[in-house]
Design a protein around this ligand. Sequence first.
Ligand code: AMP
Ligand code: ZN
Length: 114
Amino acid sequence: MSTCIFCKIIDGSIPAEIGYEDDHLIGIADLHPIAPVHKLLIPKKHIATLNDLQTEDLPLIGQMGLVASQWAKTLGLAEAGYRLVQNCNEAAGQTVFHIHLHLLGGRSFQWPPG
Ligand code: AMP
Ligand code: ZN
């Protein structure tokens, strides 16, 4: 999608600090981190919200979970713990309408979230 920030990062037309990439996913540093470690794992396929997931996306979603857990280990977060977050639509605070998984670590997190 030509107007989507994350599609532009994926096609290289706007810069990002890339920490992970494979055929289906890209992992970048969040521009406005809310934790000492704040990464975004983004599918290369443009899917606007979790509401738009299709059955055919099942392998992609599974891969996101596995890669996020492996990346958390690589980043040294696994033992202390970390948080994975996906916001869907406005009530949850979604601001970029191309699905992404926040990988947050390096501090303690509250529960329930705000
Ligand atoms: P969400 O509010 O769940 O949609 O998360 C969107 C995230 O994208 C926010 O944490 C933003 O800081 C982050 N973000 C927005 N633009 C960029 C960008 N150009 N590069 C990296 N992260 C970005
Ligand atoms: Zn997009």
